[in-house]
Design a protein around this ligand. Structure first.
Ligand SMILES: Nc1ncnc2c1ncn2[C@@H]1O[C@H](COP(=O)(O)OP(=O)(O)OP(=O)(O)O)[C@@H](O)[C@H]1O
Ligand SMILES: [Mg+2]
Length: 360
């Protein structure tokens, strides 16, 4: 069964696509492949993960054994697939790629596992989306390097044990919380990827610019980095759009004014908020007085689907302290009012007090 990186994520479709969505767009993976760091040394940021992983791999190399199974978790676009590929290349081992949604039956997994050789690295992207029976087969494969393949159905079914050469499983997930405990426990090493600091994203943009042969100024790349929401995928995407702008409307060089003009044109503001993010905050503050208001109402007001508001816009707004999710609905924080250039309304009087009234 051939596996291609392009096959991954096929099941995932969202209606709304913005420049600052952290998920990869359909044709983006090919471009990304060219920009991926190929070794641990080339990886920018994630210092702790890099150190720890380097140690795990070095120790395995010295023992001449396949490294422990590795779980990579973290939000989209931070480098999980990149690290999985690096693990294989650092071990000079072949990499097999598949994904949770692609493994619908235990038999799919058995077919993959039976084709593995000693030391191979098996990358299962979105591992939290694997089917239950496949998951249980994987437990056994990870621990005992053996699976039971069930032949036939009903009373006549027989289990045929199948030995699997020692391999390394690398699982990636954006939702570590959804992984069943037994699966999580079978990984010898778990790395949680964090959002990147602006100076790290700056280095990533500079590196990508060099690979894409784009001339950049330091303040130009810093500007792109600061609007990239802590996410390398977004940084690389913004760089490509700014490059377009530089080539068509300027002399091809990414300077600070060029970066600013381009990102303003694409409606990515100085904190990385895009049109939808700002529309959500705008409606919340101007039309609903800062909330609380239900997410469905917000979605109707901005003319988007509820899921889009909830999954595309809100996580970033919450993470950056612009919006709070409360049991009574969404509430704008003072930072939201300030970002829109509006006066922060006085805090409402507390609904319940201990009987004493304070007045200022
Ligand atoms: N530490 C890094 N240094 C340099 N570039 C990076 C780094 N991490 C990620 N990138 C770049 O960001 C892009 C996205 O990374 P990657 O595909 O590995 O993310 P991911 O975590 O697998 O995302 P998803 O959850 O959507 O699968 C890649 O093109 C890669 O070049
Ligand atoms: Mg990935």
């Amino acid at each position: 069964m051939p596996f291609h990186e392009d096959d991954l994520d096929e099941a995932e479709t969202t209606h709304f696509r913005s420049l600052t969505a952290a998920e990869a767009e359909g044709d983006e993976r090919a471009v990304e492949a060219a920009l991926r760091p190929k070794s641990l040394d080339e990886v920018v940021g994630q210092v702790r993960v890099r150190d720890q992983l380097g140690l795990v791999l070095e120790a395995a190399r010295r023992r001449g054994r396949a490294p422990d199974h590795v779980l990579l978790s973290g939000p989209p676009g931070l480098g999980k697939t990149t690290l999985a590929m690096i693990i294989a290349s650092e071990m000079t081992a072949p990499l097999r790629l598949t994904s949770g949604p692609a493994i619908t039956h235990a038999g799919d997994l058995a077919a993959i596992l039976s084709g593995m050789n000693e030391g191979d690295v098996l990358f299962v992207d979105e591992i939290h989306r694997m089917s239950r029976p496949a998951e249980e087969m994987l437990y056994m494969a990870m621990e005992d390097f053996r699976v039971d393949v069930i032949i036939g159905k009903g009373p006549g079914a027989t289990a045929i044990p199948l030995e699997i050469p020692p391999f390394t499983l690398v699982g990636a997930t954006t939702r570590a919380g959804l992984l069943p405990g037994p699966l999580r426990d079978r990984f010898g090493f778990t790395a949680h990827l964090e959002y990147y600091e602006p100076h790290e994203l700056d280095l990533i943009v500079q590196r990508s610019a060099a690979l894409l042969d784009v001339e950049v100024h330091d303040d130009g790349t810093a500007e792109i980095a600061s609007r990239s929401r802590g996410t390398p995928r977004i940084a690389n995407r913004l760089l490509r759009r700014v490059r377009d702008f530089a080539q068509v409307r300027a002399d091809g060089i990414v300077t600070l004014p060029v970066a600013r003009a381009a990102l303003d044109l694409y409606e990515v503001d100085d904190l990385g908020l895009d049109r939808l993010d700002r529309a959500v905050l705008d409606v919340l503050c101007r039309r609903f007085g800062g909330g609380p208001v239900g997410v469905s109402t917000l979605a109707v007001a901005v003319g988007e689907e509820r899921e889009t508001v909830e999954e595309v816009a809100e996580p970033f707004l919450v993470r950056n302290g612009f919006l709070a999710r409360t049991p009574r609905g969404r509430v704008a924080t003072p930072a939201a009012w300030q970002h829109l250039g509006l006066a922060v309304p006085p805090a409402p009087a507390p609904l319940e007090t201990d009987g004493t009234l304070f007045e200022e």
